[in-house]
Design a protein around this ligand. Structure first.
Ligand SMILES: Nc1ncnc2c1ncn2[C@@H]1O[C@H](COP(=O)(O)OP(=O)(O)OP(=O)(O)O)[C@@H](O)[C@H]1O
Ligand SMILES: O=P(O)(O)OC[C@H]1O[C@H](OP(=O)(O)OP(=O)(O)O)[C@H](O)[C@@H]1O
Ligand SMILES: O=C(O)c1cccnc1
Length: 505
């Protein structure tokens, strides 16, 4: 595999994790439970941007990371140099020797990139030795959280643009180098058509496009001279930025220069508006271009755009047909993080039986789901009907019921012969790749098909309808019983402590 992560950053990414993953790993190893089988799931709790759906992204990079996992001598020397608060080595040598031989041997099942997903659905399931499955928590989250967030933002922007071309312009405002590269890749998964980011274009085979900056115009004595020089350099690929001095004057200059260069075979591809009232200016610019017989010249707009401004400009009747979008897209400005988490859900006991585990929370939505989870999506010819999270290790009842995890009185029964597919597919078996990961073009096509199967009301930008996604009935009951048992146990322990205290008083 062409490992772009390693190419870009370091030969080893094994230290790309939080310190506590290594201290826990050391603890598991000392305790003799490092190899005990465990199951973790990566999922998020809320779709971002108050939206009705989320687009999964980042799996290819997650898999690249997992496959390279191997501590080098340099990594181990660094770990060996770490000291505790008393100046003692944090990790003993025998543990570092164990790490030297460590390779990723877990099973990984995942939902393919470009799939639409919903809260609580595991995007990635890692099953294998506890120490390994734990160690990869942070990098899996950093990769998948960000790319899923940006792919979703891009899908919303592309939806708002209603078939127009969208170009991603965000590198300069992105959160650092990887912020820009990962964002461009994810935005492409989400549906943008091209990027100005050359390195992302080269690494991920994404089409590159662009116009020119204000400085180009400023570098010449007049706007006309600037346009003419650019037009001569790019007779078929010129997009003139017309707002450096006066936008509509700029459009007139663009037309004059285009007419002057026309006999040489020049054809003005577009003009770009980057300030002012984009509706008014695009309507006036369109009139001027059409009057000059330049109906073929595109009107590109940029200037801190996002899906709601694009949507509003469209509703106002703006004549923009290409959208350049940077800051708001690559930083996911209105919600800069997807709160994806990675939770332990099952653990093999010494006797070989699974012990299902969950993390309790006062907030219902934050209590994790126990079990070895799979997501079943029911659908018909019109599209997706409902999703159901269930425990793969337990046989399903004949009559399937989907329970809303936040309100168990809301239930949906699924007729027996409803079509379905299970979303998590095997990706790594004992650390070895067992499926060919699709290229970005295939992922994009998949995303397009997926979104076309979601009802319009769920895709709506503002106050979308919520898609029915919940827990399989018996799975929900099992979780409820487990929560009650844990609470009862806590209660009993507290009572006992109170009794002991009373007796000693
Ligand atoms: N017709 C419109 N309706 C809604 N929003 C618009 C419209 N036209 C432009 N905008 C958006 O309004 C925001 C601010 O634009 P504004 O005109 O205040 O600044 P500007 O023209 O960029 O000024 P500057 O010259 O400093 O760049 C931008 O996000 C822009 O995309
Ligand atoms: O607005 P975004 O969605 O981030 O798109 C990218 C912006 O980058 C460029 O601006 P530049 O760096 O020249 O700054 P300015 O236009 O904001 O002054 C370009 O002219 C766009 O306005
Ligand atoms: O090519 C462009 O027009 C461009 C590229 C990056 C940022 N803003 C605009």
């Amino acid at each position: 595999m062409n490992n772009t992560l390693q190419q870009l950053y370091r030969s080893s990414l094994s230290l790309l994790t939080d310190l506590y993953q290594l201290t826990m790993a050391y603890g598991y190893w000392k305790e003799g439970i490092a190899e005990r089988e465990a199951v973790f799931h990566l999922y998020f709790r809320k779709s971002p941007f108050k939206g009705g759906y989320t687009v999964a992204a980042g799996l290819a990079h997650a898999v690249e990371y997992l496959q390279q996992l191997q501590f080098t001598d340099e990594d181990l020397a660094y770990l060996g140099s770490l000291q505790g608060s008393q100046g003692e080595p944090l990790f003993e040598q025998a543990f570092l020797d164990y790490l030297r031989d460590l390779r990723f041997t877990c099973d990984v099942d995942a939902i393919p990139e470009g799939t639409v997903v919903f809260p609580s659905e595991p995007l990635i399931r890692v099953r294998g030795p506890l120490l390994q499955a734990q160690l990869v928590e942070t990098p899996l989250l950093t990769i998948v959280n960000f790319q899923t967030l940006i792919a979703t933002k891009a899908a919303r922007i592309k939806d708002a643009a209603k078939g127009d071309t969208v170009i991603e312009f965000g590198m300069r405002r992105a959160q650092g180098i990887d912020g820009s590269l990962a964002a461009t890749r994810a935005a492409y998964v989400g549906g943008i058509d091209a990027t100005s980011n050359l390195l992302a274009g080269k690494l991920f085979d994404i089409p590159v496009r662009g116009t020119h900056a204000h400085s180009w115009v400023q570098a010449f004595e007049s706007e006309e001279q600037a346009f003419e020089a650019y037009g001569q350099a790019f007779p078929h690929d010129s997009v003139f930025l017309v707002d450096t001095y006066n936008t509509l004057e700029g459009v007139r200059h663009a037309i004059e220069v285009a007419k002057k260069l026309e006999p040489t075979g020049f054809k003005l591809n577009g003009i770009r508006l980057d300030s002012g009232d984009l509706t008014y200016l695009s309507i006036e610019a369109r009139k001027l271009l059409d009057e000059a017989g330049m109906g073929y010249t595109n009107i590109v707009a940029s200037n801190d755009l996002d899906e709601s401004i694009v949507n509003s400009l469209k509703q106002q009747g703006a004549r923009i047909n290409v959208w350049g979008i940077g800051t708001q897209l690559v930083t996911a400005y209105d919600q800069p993080a997807l709160g994806g988490v990675y939770k332990l859900a099952a653990f093999k006991q010494e006797n070989g039986e699974w012990s299902y585990s969950l993390k309790l929370s006062e907030q219902l939505e934050k209590t994790s789901n126990p079990g070895i989870q799979q997501v079943r999506r029911y659908y018909d010819e019109q599209g997706f009907i409902a999703d159901m999270i269930y425990n793969e290790a337990v046989p399903l009842p004949e009559k399937v019921l989907i329970v809303n995890p936040l309100d168990s009185t809301r239930r949906k029964s699924v007729p027996e012969d409803t079509l379905y597919k299970d979303l998590l597919i095997p990706v790594l078996n004992k650390g070895k790749l067992v499926t060919e990961l699709p290229d970005l073009k295939t992922i994009r096509k998949h995303r397009e098909e997926e979104l076309s199967k979601l009802h319009e009301s769920i895709r709506r930008l503002l106050n979308p309808h919520s898609y029915p996604a919940g827990l399989e009935g018996s799975f929900h009951q099992f979780k409820t019983d487990l929560v009650l048992a844990i609470r009862e146990k806590g209660e009993a322990a507290m009572q006992e402590r109170l009794m002991q205290q009373k007796q000693s008083d």
